[in-house]
Design a protein around this ligand. Structure first.
Ligand SMILES: *[C@@H]1O[C@H](CO)[C@@H](O)[C@H](O)[C@H]1NC(C)=O
Ligand SMILES: *[C@@H]1O[C@H](CO)[C@@H](O)[C@H](O)[C@H]1NC(C)=O
Length: 167
């Protein structure tokens, strides 16, 4: 019989639809939760366009903020054979600056990156598929989405959801 592949969604805030596991954010105070920051959010995407109406954002800066030059990470474990990461992006180069420099690590190894300058117009992009990896050996994997790199340029990451495929 053919194995049936099914997707599960790990929401940035409410976690894994299948197991209830949550995303771990490091360092925790480098991340803003769109579910709780309300009017204080510097980054305000349209929640009607986000999975579950929630997001987590962080800004990497090599010389600013509470954690200068420390890459900021979101980590999840999943039992599956494929994984996809969806983010929002600010189009603006100033408010908030939307340039992105993200590295994806699977089981501790950097496997891909997503680097884009800000588009320089207004508003946000949604459901941007920043990372996809299929044909993984079925089983437990750990994905780390790392915002910024040591000595690198300023990067805004707005995590919306992580989708994985299980058998
Ligand atoms: C799971 O979701 C990804 C991303 O949306 C999609 O490309 C893939 O076809 C889906 N897989 C299944 C088994 O539905
Ligand atoms: C992962 O899922 C497979 C298929 O459902 C299951 O057989 C296996 O026990 C799971 N592994 C873990 C570590 O949960």
């Amino acid at each position: 019989a053919q194995a049936v592949l099914v997707n599960a969604t790990i929401d940035d805030t409410t976690g894994d639809s299948l197991t209830g596991a949550f995303v771990t954010y490091t360092p925790p105070d480098a991340w803003n939760s769109g579910a709780t920051c309300g009017n204080a959010c510097a980054v305000k995407p349209d929640i009607s366009k986000l999975n579950g109406g929630t997001w987590h954002d962080s800004t990497f800066s090599f010389n600013g903020g509470p954690h200068p030059n420390v890459p900021l990470s979101a980590t999840v474990s999943f039992n599956g054979s494929a994984v996809y990461v969806f983010c929002a992006m600010s189009r603006s180069s100033v408010s908030p600056p939307g340039a992105v420099d993200i590295t994806f690590l699977l089981d501790g190894v950097a496997v891909d990156g997503y680097t884009e300058p800000a588009m320089g117009s207004a508003g946000f992009e949604y459901d941007v598929p920043m990372f996809a990896k299929e044909s993984l050996p079925s089983g437990m994997h750990t994905l780390t989405v790392q915002n910024g790199r040591q000595g690198g340029s300023t990067s805004l990451m707005i995590l919306d959801s992580i989708v994985y495929t299980y058998v």
